[in-house]
Ligand binder design. Structure first.
Ligand code: 13P
Ligand code: SF4
Length: 310
């Protein structure tokens, strides 16, 4: 290989494997990562199981392949360890749809409300909230709050609306944030897939619009969707979330038919991480995640309250 050639994936994987042992690194990846990054990870999961894996990590270095809020959550739970992200530009646009200033203003308009923040938010926002939630446990988190207490749910309006439907609570104040990737999934995409396989089970992430959620046979987090396909007696499935989850689903269910809802369901931020960047991360210990301790202690409490609930 000349220095200008891109290393073959096998060579990259070998170099990553040598370094991860030398660095005593633990690699955590989200279900939306490109297949080759999922395949080299020690743990692959949804935001909730990634946070739990991060909390249990005993390695010196925790490398988080996902988007920034996931690496930040891992850092909050591992303040004394080196937590790295392969690409510091891999953000989540939904997390940027609420700033601490905007949340402070909303809190002053609703002083009695408990603030529930989806983990897709910054550490600064988490530090101003009572409890965090993920798509896997948002219903349980909301149910843990006394029914008479209003809830300010930020920043995902679709998830908040789903939780309100599931719990029957009318006192949830929703924030107008959304996931651009999930909102590109339309009812007509599901209809088109259904006309291909009318027997298919429709699995939908709660970040999708109400119209799409209401077409679902099952609504859940990415890991809950993966588990549902493995456990369901049906033979065909329409997967209405980011297309990265189809990698694990197809690996685990080689005889089932897995239909991605639409090629548009592709999160460009999640796809910024590559094997090359994983290798550079381990070589140069970049890019370390830092959270100022005053923010971190309050944000950590909001995450730990969530982990204690479910
Ligand atoms: P999950 O927690 O369901 O994996 O979702 C994270 C996310 O960013 C969905 O867009
Ligand atoms: Fe954020 Fe949506 Fe990408 Fe998830 S899929 S990281 S919510 S932009």
């Amino acid at each position: 290989m000349t220095s200008l050639e891109r290393p073959a994936p096998a060579e990259l994987v070998e170099r990553i494997n040598r370094l991860r042992h030398r660095r005593r690194a633990y690699i955590i990846a989200h279900n939306y990562q490109v297949p080759e990054v999922q395949d080299i990870a020690d743990f692959v999961g949804d935001s909730l199981t990634m946070a739990r894996a991060a909390a249990k990590a005993e390695a010196e270095v925790v490398l988080v392949c996902g988007v920034h809020f996931m690496a930040e959550t891992a850092k909050l739970l591992n303040p004394d360890r080196t937590v790295l992200e392969p690409d510091p530009h891999a953000g989540c646009p939904m997390a940027d749809m609420i700033t601490p200033k905007e949340l402070a203003e909303a809190k002053s308009r609703h002083p009695d409300a408990a603030v529930v923040a989806y983990v897709n938010s910054s550490a600064d926002v988490k530090a101003m909230t009572d409890v965090c939630c993920t798509s896997a446990n948002a219903v349980a988190v909301v149910q843990s709050i006394p029914p008479e207490r209003p809830i300010l749910f930020v920043p995902d309006e679709s998830l908040g609306e789903y939780v309100a439907e599931k719990t029957g609570r009318r006192n949830i104040i929703l924030w107008p944030g959304f996931c651009p990737t999930h909102h590109r999934i339309l009812a007509e995409h599901i209809e088109a897939r259904r006309s291909q396989r009318p027997d298919a089970e429709v699995l939908v992430h709660p970040e999708c619009t109400r119209e799409v959620r209401h077409m679902a046979d099952f609504v859940g987090s990415t890991s809950q969707i993966i588990r549902r396909v493995a456990e369901s007696p049906r033979r065909a499935f329409i997967i209405a979330t980011e297309l990265g989850v189809c990698h694990t689903i197809r690996k685990q269910n080689p005889t089932k038919t897995i239909l991605q809802v639409s090629r548009l369901a592709d999160c460009p931020n999640m796809k910024l991480n590559t094997l090359e960047k994983v290798l550079w991360s381990l070589e140069d210990l970049v890019h370390p995640v830092t959270v100022p301790e005053d923010t971190a202690s309050a944000a950590r409490q909001a995450i730990e309250r969530m982990l204690a609930i479910s």
